[in-house]
Write a protein that binds this ligand. Structure first.
Ligand code: KIV
Length: 300
């Protein structure tokens, strides 16, 4: 298969309707064969080679298929589904029963990306065995390849049990949205000297327990750079600077679906405006009686 390089860029336009889902070459890394499925050993190898890892959130089969075809390496079925899809004002109300069908939809659509399922608030904190039971649902019912949960050293035993049970775990440090009530709202973490040391210790504790990757959210870039430098496992930043081993964005922010997005979330498209325009054009043609025309009708 073809790997992207300056002379072979990833196509800017998706192969809709022609090759989408029909074996179109997908994004690989410099001169390295494209893995048929991204797995934990690829993540580590990419870090070692300095090749950055892409992650987007996905919550349904339609977007998962597009992002997978676009070569996104890992898809996170985040509990941000609460804010983005369910209209909650935080991730806290999200339940395991709400997450599992979304994980199933994404894992059913993605053929290359590693699918990571977020464990929602209340589904893991109380004990390693609770975390294992929730993670097992994500793999058995959802078809996920890994799970993610928020927190530091105090969850090392949770990570250890899941890892021993064959479930790859992604950690999440810095601003952890499920703890926003303790953290005093959406605030950058790790600004004080002792906070930096705690973050580094947390990162090591998770790595030592077997975590395969860490998400670093909303922390000063030098802090994320330091964690990235000292760890053997990859870091994925969101509002954590460019020195991380990869980046994640909530897809609705990335695609410009909302009026507001956080400062760190660059909009790479204006899909919301496009969708609005399509809906307006459709409404207009329905009102005018010009849709459906001959081409979109059955004459016999
Ligand atoms: O739920 C989510 O989307 C996340 C990302 C912000 C990392 O945890």
């Amino acid at each position: 298969m073809t790997s992207p390089s300056p002379s072979n860029p990833v196509p800017a336009t998706p192969p809709f309707g022609v090759a989408l889902g029909q074996g179109q070459p997908k994004d690989g890394k410099q001169g390295v064969p494209v893995p048929s499925r991204v797995r934990v050993h690829h993540l580590k190898a990419w870090k070692e080679r300095g090749e950055r890892i892409s992650m987007l959130t996905a919550y349904d089969a339609v977007t998962a298929r597009i992002f997978d075809e676009a070569g996104i390496d890992t898809l996170l079925v985040g509990d941000s589904i609460g804010n983005t899809m369910f209209g909650y004002d935080s991730t806290i109300p999200v339940t395991l029963d709400e997450m599992v069908p979304a994980v199933r939809a994404v894992s059913g659509a993605a053929t290359r990306a590693m699918v990571i399922a977020d464990l929602p608030f209340g589904s893991y904190e109380a004990s390693p065995t609770l975390a294992l039971a929730s993670a097992v649902r994500m793999l058995k019912e959802g078809g996920a390849h890994a799970v993610k949960f928020e927190g530091g050293a105090h969850l090392a035993e949770h990570v250890r049990l899941l890892t021993r049970s064959g479930i790859p775990v992604v950690g999440h440090l810095g601003f952890t949205p499920q703890s926003e009530n303790m953290l005093g709202g959406k605030r950058v973490q790790g600004r004080e000297e002792d906070a930096i040391e705690i973050l580094v210790d947390d990162a090591f504790a998770l790595q030592d327990a077997g975590a395969v990757m860490l998400v670093l959210e909303m922390m000063p870039s030098p802090v994320a750079a330091r964690i990235t430098e000292v760890l053997a496992i990859p870091t994925i930043g969101i509002g954590a600077g460019v020195q991380c081993d990869g980046q994640v964005l909530v897809w609705t922010d990335m695609a410009g679906m909302t009026d507001w997005s956080p400062r760190f979330a660059k909009q790479f498209g204006q899909v919301g405006a496009e969708l609005y325009a399509a809906a307006r054009a459709y409404k207009h043609e329905v009102a005018e009686g010009t849709f459906p025309d001959e081409e979109h009708s059955f004459s016999s």
